[in-house]
Ligand binder design. Structure first.
Ligand code: B3K
Ligand code: ZN
Length: 874
């Protein structure tokens, strides 16, 4: 590791900026290796002090500095700052710098890729463009003029409205943009290139017409319609649900192939990973269509939750991200099946967020200490953050929540604020006491609620106790009791929900847990009820209750909460799998029988609620199962999961066949009913193939030949891969030949290969990486191969000789110097060594130590690796 360890910033060290900037005028003279950036900013001293002006800046070649037009030479330049001693309280500072966009493979700041210029400034990328107060609480208005060659860069875009343009004699042209809204530097954007343009209009509820512009690679115009339609849906939804209207006259989206994450909500000029824009039936799956709608919505919703009201400092990231994820989840739920969407949200928490809590990277949704901010765009800040917002929604009710949102905007529009400010607005608008609730922002870890009950048949009295406890995490040993909204119901023998007016929690179907133990007593019962717990996953917690198999079956059949029905099905599967993992030679036949019977029942649900049935017929993922045990026994758990799936596949092969053939094959449309039907069809196909059912490979090949869409095509490949069919390689070859020129589809091909559970996977992977279409510079490609392998190839990555870990570490070391952000993302599975057996723990730590030894390790990796290596369990 580097000799000088970077110092962590602490949330408690926040200080208001010494200077403010109210206006910036920027000129960009674009050049692939020598871009000139001239930025002229109006500064004001903030308060009474004599402190120097310290600007952030990285990898900049400084050309000149002037103050109020006078050249300045008395400044101090370091790797990360430019310091100036200034006496004036108000002054204009003009700085000229040069940057090299082509060399910038970090894809942060201004970079050149795929023939276009593009920026990414969140969190701290603006400092790679010019010296600035690069922090979210400095809000300024921007005027931006861009100069570049007209033929190669006919489109030159920045935030706000285009107010002027012109041509120069040398073949260059210029465009001037003005953003009327004050914004932090992280929302700045610039794009220049030669694109195809799709346009549309949206008329807001107050009657303003907004121009919508979608810029895509040449030739990809037909693939932009779904994204544009999604944008219009999102704009209408935000007006209907939150009364929020778009505020500029133009909304631009640009799709680029080289991007570190999904998309970025720059004011008026979103930049998107093309994966979340481009789609047509042939090349994109239903999931892709879904994700496009969700991400388009997410970035659009940021215009209010993030841009109009932004974060005071980066520790408050969940203020905008948790809230905006919650908003995009509500939007997606309203666009299709609410329960299916809720299940998806919960799966992310259980697979990834619980794992983060259990690792050395555990942190509260509002972190206390950060070395590299890019490391904190996490499932905790985003998805657990959204769950925390959802809990407020539950506690305040939809109307109360809306009042809170209205107050939040009226109080803080145009400001940079904190998570506390948000909660205070919610509390002030509704008078609901959220003081204990605020602990969710400062306490990390996954709370557990243990539920125990007892019934006295003689007296008919039933007690049920809820005991909360949050186990210590890597970052925080002592935990406090939380305010937990816990939705539930009690079912009688016939599956009816028991009501009793004298027990308010029963009528409300919710208990608010605040103390360690909470007891409810119900009298006058004939028999012991079945508690159906944590409806709708009303809190991001684990629930421990000793359900009988019968109780789980009852919930599956009768609970009034579809989420609880799904959850019960997952508990039943999980129980079978863990049971078999522990004693593979002595299966519990009674348990397996009741599981199979339950599955039989679920087939009937398919007719009434195909979205729910699709989810209920899918087994919990290996990642979810892993978070249910203290120590993961890789092979045992993996094989047990496969065996249970096999049992369901073979015992019920007739039902799978019927379900498969019941799904009408219709020309592709992305509409909810068809999506649900395709899901059931492909699920059935995969079970049929796994069971080796007669004709299954004929069915599979026929589907491959006839499919008019990527969902059905990929369904075949996945089934063939999972079922280890001999045809797999041949189908993959055909697929490659057809799609090798479509980068997004090729990513799917790479991922399918990387996920193959074959003993020779570590021989195949290097071949994949030497494929002419593989490049470490392209984050999507890296994620398809290395990300898929490390996150999802259970047996390959966790090969007992450590070869999978070594393989990942080798590439992380290479990526370290190319793109540290992506390297720090895909190292995650290695940092989660704590839950594995001793031998694997050692092997994983060995690779982490190897990475730590690297001389020029990025801050991103130093933070993750050092935390992981210093971890001691409690
Ligand atoms: N706000 C961006 C994420 C920026 C990530 C920087 N490493 C996208 C989003 O959450 O909408
Ligand atoms: Zn976001």
């Amino acid at each position: 590791m580097s000799v000088l360890s970077p110092v962590a910033k602490k949330r408690s060290d926040y200080r208001a900026p010494d200077f403010l900037i109210d206006h910036v005028d920027m000129a960009f003279h674009l050049d692939v290796t020598q871009t000139r950036v001239i930025s002229t900013s109006r500064f004001t001293r903030n308060g009474q002090h004599q402190s120097p002006l310290v600007l952030d800046g990285e990898n900049l070649q400084l050309i000149s500095v002037t103050i109020n037009g006078e050249p300045v030479t008395d400044y101090h330049q370091s790797d990360e700052h430019l310091t100036l001693n200034i006496n004036q309280n108000d002054f204009e500072l003009c700085i000229e710098t040069r940057i090299n966009p082509q060399e910038n493979k970090t894809l942060e700041g201004l970079y050149f890729s795929g023939g276009a210029y593009c920026t990414q400034c969140e969190a701290e990328g603006f400092r790679k463009i010019t010296y600035f107060l690069d922090r979210p609480d400095v809000l300024a208005k921007y005027d931006v003029t861009i100069f570049a060659d007209k033929t190669r860069y006919p489109h030159m875009l920045s935030n706000g409205n285009q107010i002027d343009k012109g041509e120069l004699d040398d073949g260059r042209h210029w465009v001037k943009w003005q953003d009327p809204f004050k914004k932090p530097s992280y929302l700045f954007a610039l794009v220049a290139g030669n694109f195809d343009l799709l346009t549309d209009r949206f008329v807001t509820q107050s009657g303003r017409s907004v121009a919508l512009e979608l810029y895509v690679d040449k030739g990809a115009l037909d693939k932009g319609h779904h994204a544009l339609a999604s944008l219009k849906k999102a704009m209408a939804w935000d007006e209907q649900v939150f009364g929020l209207e778009y505020d500029l006259d133009i909304y631009m989206i640009v799709a680029v192939d080289f991007f570190n994450m999904g998309a970025m909500e720059n004011k008026g000029l979103n930049v998107f990973n093309s994966k979340f824009v481009l789609a047509d039936a042939e090349s994109a799956t239903d999931d892709d269509f879904f994700n496009i709608e969700a991400v388009i919505g997410h970035e659009y919703f940021h215009n209010w939750t993030g841009n109009r009201v932004t974060c005071r400092d980066w520790f408050q990231l969940s203020l905008k991200e948790g809230l905006t994820v919650f908003r995009d989840q509500q939007f997606s739920a309203d666009m299709s099946s609410p329960v299916f969407n809720r299940i998806k949200n919960v799966q992310i928490i259980r697979e990834h967020q619980f794992a983060e809590d259990a690792s050395a990277m555990a942190h509260p949704i509002r972190p206390e200490e950060v070395i590299e901010m890019n490391n904190f765009y996490t499932v905790t800040v985003y998805d657990k953050g959204a769950e925390v917002i959802r809990m407020m929604h539950t506690l305040l009710g939809a109307a109360g929540f809306r009042q809170g949102m209205d107050l939040y905007f009226s109080r803080f529009d145009g400001q940079a604020v904190t998570c506390d400010d948000f909660v205070q607005a919610m509390q002030d608008a509704t008078q609901v006491d959220l003081s204990q609730f605020r602990r969710w922002y400062s306490q990390s870890g996954t709370p557990k609620v243990k539920v125990t009950d007892s019934f006295d048949a003689k007296t008919g009295v039933y007690h049920i106790d809820f005991t909360q406890n949050t186990p210590p995490t890597a970052d925080q040993k002592v935990k406090q009791n939380l305010h937990i909204p816990f939705k539930f119901e009690l079912l009688d023998e016939k599956g009816n929900s028991i009501s009793d007016d004298s027990v308010p929690e029963l009528s409300a179907k919710m208990i608010e847990l605040t103390s360690r133990v909470h007891r409810i007593t119900v009298t006058g019962l004939q028999a012991k009820p079945t508690p159906s717990l944590l409806h709708d996953f009303s809190a991001p917690i684990k629930v421990d209750y000793a359900y009988s198999h019968q109780q789980l079956s009852n919930i599956i059949l009768y609970s009034g909460d579809d989420f609880a029905r799904w959850d019960a099905s997952q508990r039943l599967y999980s129980r079978c799998i863990h049971n078999l993992a522990i004693s593979p030679d002595t299966p519990d036949d009674e348990l397996l029988d009741s599981m199979l019977q339950a599955v039989q029942g679920i087939f009937d649900i398919a007719d009434v609620n195909p979205a729910l049935a699709g989810a209920m017929l899918s087994l919990p993922s290996f990642e979810t199962l892993s978070q249910q045990v203290d120590e993961i026994q890789v092979e045992a758990l993996y094989h047990a999961q496969r065996s249970v799936r096999n049992l369901i596949a073979t015992t019920l092969s007739d039902q799978w066949s019927t379900l498969y053939h019941k799904q009408a094959v219709v020309p592709y449309r992305y509409v909810a009913d068809d999506v649900d039907s395709r899901r059931l069809r492909n699920l059935s196909l995969s079970y049929l193939v796994q069971a080796g059912a007669p004709q299954s490979s004929d069915i599979l090949l026929a589907q491959f030949a006839q499919a008019d869409n990527m969902t059905d095509c990929l369904g075949v490949l996945k089934a063939a891969q999972f079922g280890e069919l001999k045809q797999f390689d041949q189908l993959m070859e055909q697929f490659e030949t057809r799609w090798r020129h479509d980068p997004l589809v090729l990513d799917k091909w790479f991922a399918l290969h990387a996920n193959m559970e074959r003993s020779d996977i570590l021989v195949r992977l290097p071949l994949l990486l030497s494929h002419d279409k593989f490049s470490l510079d392209n984050p999507n490609r890296v994620r398809s191969v290395l990300g898929s392998f490390a996150f999802y190839n259970v047996l390959g990555f966790h090969a007992v000789d450590g070869s999978g870990y070594k393989f990942l570490a080798d590439y992380i070391l290479k990526l370290n110097s190319v793109n540290p952000q992506v390297a720090a993302r895909i190292i995650t599975p290695l940092t989660q060594w704590q839950k594995f057996d001793e031998k694997r723990r050692e092997l994983m730590r060995y690779q982490l130590a190897r990475i730590a030894d690297c001389q020029d390790l990025s801050k991103d990796l130093i933070e993750k690796v050092s935390k992981s290596l210093n971890y001691t369990s409690h």
